[in-house]
Design a protein around this ligand. Structure first.
Ligand code: GLA
Length: 369
């Protein structure tokens, strides 16, 4: 029997894509798919980890700076144990991890994984953590131990989400607000079945381009800007032609997306699902045209869903280049809509996709201790 079991959810992002690493607002929702990490003390120096999904078991000692290339997934465990071991309280531990969050589908399975590991280890060894330390540590693990420059959004929602609500996060101040999802709507997750091969390179390139856009805007506007959060859409539009065209499009997406998050938050509070749907469609168009992170599969889902009766809106979610799209639909016949959208997607020649109805989920929790 394990000593502690912790869990954390996957997520969709309602709106606020590629905004989180630009100190802007984001609006994710945790879903009812979770990753579970069971841990047990074994003492000594040896750590043994088992992943149910990968069907793999491996053992290691935590030696700082040593990465496993063959068992890549174990770097998350090593990262968590290394960063949580400041007071040298952590000893050899057994880990077993199982998950219902589809991997490689843009639903943030890695944040669910790493947050559940942090919670389980911290609880087992009584590591004193503030709530806010959890997403910050999770982000550090992804950045420093995995080498992916992800933002704070995914671990943040994996920690703080509340069932039935979206989470409005100001990624600059880390202030957040739970906004209840309106009555009578459901979320469909449309998994493209495309592994995000380009995702890491293109993701890092977009981050780089945003930094370059900030530098150009500082020069053109003759102002000190720390991020794209510091400029308005009007200001960006005024400098069209003066800026490198690619950087202009990237900046325009980020700044308009930030406005869309604020508007979506207000529309959710007013229960205005039609307006939320329109903002989602606008977000998708901007990600496709200006940020250029969509792809034929994601566009197909949005094109199929948009004209259907009962669909408020649709867009890609997550980093893009495959992964998943989401639809906000009227509750009542969400299952029929899911079947229809999946069927039409297949008819377009995309073999591997599927669609499921996602309920909202809650943030990380200790399931057993
Ligand atoms: C990935 C990252 C997030 C965010 C999205 C794009 O999911 O993990 O931090 O940047 O891409 O919005």
């Amino acid at each position: 029997m394990p000593d502690v079991i912790a869990s954390a959810p996957g997520r969709i992002n309602l709106v606020g894509e590629h905004a989180g690493y630009n100190q802007s607002f984001v609006l994710p929702v945790a879903i009812d798919r979770r990753t579970y990490t069971a841990v047990g003390r074994r003492g000594g120096e040896l750590f043994i980890a088992f992943s149910k999904e990968l069907g793999k078991k491996t053992s290691f000692e935590i030696l700082p700076g040593r990465f496993e290339h063959s068992n890549f997934w174990v770097n998350y465990v090593k990262g968590a144990c290394t960063l949580l071991n400041k007071d040298k309280t952590i000893e050899g531990t057994n880990f077993a991890v199982g998950s219902t969050v589809p991997r490689g589908s843009g639903l943030s399975s890695s944040a669910a994984y790493v947050v559940s590991i942090i919670e389980a280890v911290a609880h087992l060894y009584g590591v004193d953590l503030d709530e806010m330390d959890v997403p910050i540590l999770a982000q550090r693990i992804e950045n420093e131990f995995i080498g992916v420059q992800t933002g704070i959004m995914d671990p943040f929602v994996a920690k703080f989400a509340r069932e039935g609500s979206a989470l409005l996060i100001d990624t600059r101040s880390l202030e957040y607000q739970h906004i209840p999802m309106p009555e009578g709507c459901s979320i469909l997750v449309c998994v493209t079945g495309v592994k995000r091969a380009l995702a890491t390179t293109e993701y890092n390139r977009r981050q780089q381009q945003c930094q370059e856009a900030v530098a150009e805007l500082c020069r053109i506007l003759d102002r000190n800007l720390t991020s794209l959060r510091d400029v308005t859409a009007e200001e960006i539009k005024e400098v069209d032609g003066e800026m490198d065209q690619t950087l202009y499009m990237r900046a325009l997406h980020v700044v308009t997306e930030n406005d869309r998050v604020v508007k979506t938050g207000a529309a959710l509070m007013n229960g205005d699902k039609e307006f939320v749907g329109n903002l989602m469609l606008e977000s998708h168009a901007s990600l496709r045209r200006n940020y250029q992170v969509s792809g034929p599969e994601l566009d197909a889902f949005v094109e199929i869903a948009e004209p259907l009766e009962g669909v408020y809106g649709a867009r890609m979610t997550g980093a893009g280049f495959g992964g998943s799209a989401i639809c906000l639909v009227e509750s009542g016949n969400e299952n029929e809509l899911a079947t229809r959208i999946a069927r039409e997607y297949k008819q377009r020649g995309f073999e591997d996709g599927y669609v499921f109805v996602a309920r909202t989920g809650c943030g990380s929790r200790i399931e057993k201790s």
